[in-house]
Design a binder for this molecule. Sequence first.
Ligand SMILES: [Zn+2]
Length: 239
Amino acid sequence: MSKISHQEGIVLRSYPFGEADRVVVLLSPERGKLRTVARGVRRVRSRLRGRLEPFCRVELVLHRGRELDLITSVTVVSAYPELRTDLDRLLAASTMVNAADGVAQPEQSSQALFGLLAESLEVLSSADDIPGLTTAFLLRLAEVVGVAPALEWCASCGGTDGLARFSFAGGGVTCERCHTQGSVRLVGGVTQHLRDLARADLGDLPPTTVDLSTQAMSVVCRFLEVHLDRSFRSLAAPS
Ligand SMILES: [Zn+2]
């Protein structure tokens, strides 16, 4: 196998490694979560410097190493500066990459997850409804990894009437009769709002109110925490 490969990726995070290097963790469509080394990137004159920030979509030339691949060149496809200069967008983008990082696996084709993250960051860079977009992203991520919550029928009995509660451990909305310990009562309209967000085009989200969007975000974050055993709340929602 050739030692040189070309990979597209979105930078999820990076951390210092050795004296002047960084390990850069990316989501790649072909190889899933990809840990690479950027040699000397912490030096002021490094030509890689500034091109491997979180959220950057890049094309890499990699040299296969014994444990980690070495980055030999980087071309920035999209740097998304808007995601770093606006606090709400920064928090939303952080939630998205953190969630993708939490579910991506090494050496596993991740076309759907990569496409979702790439599209969401693109839309987010100019979005008006940032909480709605984050919630819609998390609902799609749940679908990609096979844990989408039931929204059309009661997660317990399958009924379709009075779906006014949400059961985190139970797997989605429930009717009043089936309500389980730890489930929450939904604000009027949230069940429909969650359905709308799950179906909508990311660039054309349904209209919302603060009450609807706050509870929708909170419910989806908590649902994913329970099902993926990972926290999103600290970044995504004040509650
Ligand atoms: Zn029920």
